[in-house]
Write a protein that binds this ligand. Sequence first.
Ligand SMILES: [Cu+2]
Length: 302
Amino acid sequence: MQQIPISLLTLVAGILITLFSIWFGQNHGLLPEQASVQAPLVDGFFNIMVTIATALFVVVEGTIVIFLWKFRYRKGDEGDGLPIEGNLPLEVFWTAIPSIIVICLGIYSVDVFARMGGLDVHNHTSSHVAQVAQTTLVSSPLDASKTENKSLIGIGAASDRPNKPVDLTVDVTGMQFAWIFNYPDSGVTAGELHVPVGAEVQLNLSAKDVIHSFWVPQFRLKQDAIPGVPTQLRFVATKVGTYPIICTELCGGYHGSMRSQVIVHTLDEFESWLEQNRVAQQKPEQVVAVTPAELSSHSQKM
Ligand SMILES: [Cu+2]
């Protein structure tokens, strides 16, 4: 029987490994569900890395196993192994391939970052004359001064929606060991983040004591909250549901318990939640301040 040429075996193995890696890259099941418009972008990048890593793993580990078997000790073989020294073409080859892969991944990652809005961080707070905000409270100088955020760090408008106004602004404060969410347009403060599905949400992040990091795995978004340095995070939630908010910067002894939740509502649900909390949290002084003239003079002192 004739032997199968080694080049043909290599070709078939290459095709099988490629097909398996592509399949595994799409079906690894390592990530939680996608719940923001940014999530598919991040996952596309992650899946490509998993595909490449799978192929490398199978090739390297497979070669080790095959060679362990093929060049195993045979009875009576007491001689030395072949003295093999460097192989320049081979070394150039195995240096060039990873270099090209890493450069391509670098370019792709910057592209994903840009499409998520990482390169377009502006102060959008002036433009939040949005549907959601309108239903809650009249804009006032007090609100404007509160939402002032000159941050140029974070995630801004996604590149396919560069001029889309922000529908909802939330001031997020990180402190040892809790997140506080303040809705400047309605004066509501909460320990959990409530947002309407499909709305362009901007979080203005700050920290009271040490660096914290705001992370929602299902959104694939993460942003540091830094004392004295305002940061921002814009996102659009795509799925109604409750997702964890995790502090992902080691911030002290109870860092592990610094967790909250983001509740993504339908727009109707969100509006009734906001209205309920606005009424519940309204103090007598604030009721007096509804007169626009008084509001502007008071806001100077604050
Ligand atoms: Cu923290």
